[in-house]
Design a protein around this ligand. Structure first.
Ligand code: DAH
Length: 348
């Protein structure tokens, strides 16, 4: 092949190389150890002296020229590749950040923790008990004997009979009172938050799976006055509002006297009315919300736990955690707490 043809070809191939890898093979094709020009240069040795000079110069010039062209093209391609990767890897520092999806505490957990903190500030410790409970702790020891009509107050999920005692899903947190007293000596004050289960139909106000917070304070002269002060303070701190509470006589087998505690309605402020004199639906226009059951611990309960009822007295109470959360956050339906709907949970 004439040198001029080789030159034309090589230049075309060099400039046609679309990237450094292609350019590299082009280099090998012409200038490598077995490249076309290299072979040509080597073959010059066999030419006669006269034409060797002339051809040799021509070929050497072409060699230098192609080397030059090669480095020129190489620089071009390097620059191109750099700008390309610069473009591809460009970081837009003004782009908005990626939002990290943070987990959150369930509103019931928040309420429970707030209650633990507030009661803790008044000297109450935290006690716990099992969800699967023996009939004895859930009923008998709480002065609710078998076949007594008072048992019907709690619709119960019974488990298959076991050998020694019948088992159930605890219907309230009150059995924790007995468990705690069995292993501790008064004076003490504790709360016991936790899950409870009721065999009943579900609607906006009822769930078969809910949470309660039990309280128990025992000492030599613990009175209803102590109870009233503690509970009023609790509601004030929890709702961050001044609060009125009232006790209404009521019946629970494990207390005597027993009462229900009402709190001034957090929605209407206890007036029973909302703006423009419309009736407040949250409290049924009464200005009061029923918040919990409570009372002075029944002597039979102390006996069942191994205490001398002549020596000790105390108050106990049990409130619904969902109800607290519904009042605090304005949640209209108890079922929302158990649906696991992130749109709901993320509001808290
Ligand atoms: N255990 C009761 C319930 O589930 C609530 C209750 C009432 C708890 C009175 C108490 C109490 O400790 O003294 O309905």
């Amino acid at each position: 092949m004439p040198i001029s043809e080789l030159k034309k070809q090589a230049l075309a191939v060099f400039s046609g190389a679309k990237n450094l890898a292609e350019l590299d093979s082009a280099y090998h094709l012409y200038l490598g150890r077995k490249g076309k020009l290299t072979l040509l240069l080597r073959s010059l040795r066999e030419l006669p002296e006269t034409s060797r000079r002339e051809k040799g110069k021509e070929a050497n010039d072409l060699h230098d020229f192609l080397e030059q062209q090669f480095s020129k093209r190489k620089q071009e391609l390097q620059k191109e590749e750099f700008t390309q990767s610069e473009k591809a890897e460009r970081i837009d520092v003004t782009a908005p950040g990626k939002r990290i999806a943070l987990g959150r505490l369930h509103p019931l957990t928040r309420v429970q923790r707030a209650a633990i903190r507030i009661f803790g500030s008044m000297g109450f410790g935290v006690a716990e008990g099992p969800h699967i409970e023996a009939e004895w702790y859930n009923f008998d020891a709480l002065n609710i004997p078998a076949n007594h009509p008072a048992r019907d107050m709690w619709d119960t999920f019974w488990l298959k009979d076991s050998k020694n005692s019948r088992l159930l899903l605890r219907t309230h947190t009150s059995p924790v009172q007995i468990r705690y007293m069995e292993s501790h000596q008064p004076p003490f004050r504790i709360i016991a938050p936790g899950r409870v289960f009721r065999y009943e139909a579900t609607d906006a106000k009822h769930s078969f799976d809910l949470h309660q917070l039990e309280g128990l304070m025992v000492g030599r002269d613990v009175s209803v006055a102590h109870f009233k002060a503690v509970i009023q303070k609790f509601y004030e701190l929890f709702f961050a509002k001044s609060m009125t509470i009232r006790l209404r006589p009521s019946y629970f087998p494990f207390v005597e006297p027993g009462f229900e505690v009402d709190m001034s309605c957090v929605i209407c402020g206890g007036t029973g009315k909302k703006a423009k004199n419309t009736p407040c639906s949250s409290c049924g226009h009464t200005g009061w919300l029923e918040m919990m059951g409570a009372g002075m611990v029944h002597p039979n309960v102390f006996k069942a736990a191994g205490y001398n009822p002549r020596e000790w007295q105390g108050f106990a109470f049990g409130m619904g955690v969902e109800r607290l959360a519904m009042m605090k956050f304005g949640v209209p339906d108890i079922r929302l707490f158990f649906e696991g709907d992130l749109q709901f949970i993320r509001q808290f």
